[in-house]
Write a protein that binds this ligand. Structure first.
Ligand code: MG
Length: 344
């Protein structure tokens, strides 16, 4: 009997195990498993396809996730994968598994959120499937996008001396999740106590209503910058950086004092949860910001962007992947991404 189980393999181990069994046969399949989206040659452009499923009590908890937000987030996380290929989203399909405990009004709420996201990201809902589910809610969304062939950004294109950038700020969604979990426990113990979320609106918003950073993709396009590599930050900065360095066959150095975090999130991590904020930024998930690399010569084109931070640079492989702390120590980074399979 094999010692390996789904739990010991983890999400990425399972993906590799599946990928090994399949070989691409069609010339139009440019990129299969292993990037943020699949890439298909459809003539003048590349088509991008990405799919994600959200499972109740694994990926979301309806004790504190409003259905409208869930619908929005389910779309946004897929659009984020199209963004991570430097692409533009065009269409989505939505598959739902619904248990009998949901009312028609509840499903309407979910679709209100999906509709809001379709408007925000300018995509068309073009189909899907709906099934009954014995228990719980299941949502699977596929996003379809496109990109000019010479502008596609893979995970494997980072080169020595490239600048490493991230958008927005990191760690907020993880702190938001911790706040929501804490308030849920309080509520379960005494349902007369209302949740105290007002002080934490920013981080809770980061968890419940993430945005795909299409705005930055459009800005990069206007600036004439094509990232040499790119990935979206769904599992935490450390894990995503490892996808880029391992696929690009390189090392990297990050600077702790350059990694963006909001003041509020920083304070909550330290004061409320007594955790080092860098842990939230490196290993917390679901910020859905973009991590990308650009050539040195493109630095001037991005340096004044208010929502792009330069956080490090690409190194030769033998230098490894490390973080220079605020105190000036060099700490090897480990890829402790969020493993959704093992999370609960
Ligand atoms: Mg991704």
């Amino acid at each position: 009997m094999s010692e390996e189980t789904i739990n010991t393999l983890g999400e990425f181990g399972i993906i590799n195990r599946i990928a090994e069994k399949f070989e691409n046969k069609n010339e139009s399949t440019i990129k299969g498993i292993g990037d943020d989206a699949a890439v298909i040659d459809c003539g003048e452009k590349y088509q991008l396809i990405s799919t994600d499923c959200l499972m109740e009590s694994v990926h979301f908890d309806l004790h504190y996730v409003p259905l409208k937000h869930l619908g929005y987030k389910a779309v946004a996380v897929n659009i984020s994968d199209i963004a991570a290929m430097n692409g533009t989203p065009k269409q989505i399909t939505v598959n739902l598994g619904i248990s009998p405990r949901f009312t028609l009004e509840a499903i309407d709420e979910l679709y209100n959120g999906i509709k809001l996201a379709c408007e925000a990201f300018n995509v068309d809902l073009i189909g899907g499937d709906t099934s009954s589910s014995p228990s719980g809610l299941f949502i699977s969304i596929t996003a379809i996008g496109e990109v000019d062939k010479e502008k596609v950004s893979y995970r494997n294109g980072a080169k020595e001396n490239d600048i490493i950038c991230t958008t927005g700020d990191l760690g907020g969604a993880y702190i938001g999740l911790n706040i929501l979990e804490r308030e849920k426990q309080v509520f379960l113990e005494n349902d007369k106590i209302q949740p105290q979320l007002d002080d934490h609106a920013y981080s809770v918003g980061r968890q419940l209503k993430p945005e795909a950073r299409m705005d930055v993709i459009y800005d990069l396009k206007d600036a004439g910058v094509v990232p040499t590599s790119m990935i979206d930050i769904s599992d935490g900065l450390a894990s995503e950086l490892f996808h880029i360095t391992s696929q690009s066959n390189c090392g990297a150095t990050l600077y702790e004092d350059k990694i963006p975090v909001s003041d509020k999130v920083y304070k909550t991590a330290v004061d409320v949860f007594k955790i080092d904020p860098i842990t939230c930024m490196m290993n917390g998930g679901e910020d859905y910001e973009l991590l990308f690399t650009v050539k040195q010569e493109d630095y001037d084109k991005i340096k004044n962007h208010p929502d792009i931070s330069v956080i490090g640079h690409i190194q030769p492989k033998e230098n490894g992947v490390s973080l220079i702390t605020k105190a000036g120590n060099v700490v090897p980074i480990e890829a402790q991404g969020w493993d959704h399979i093992n999370k609960k």
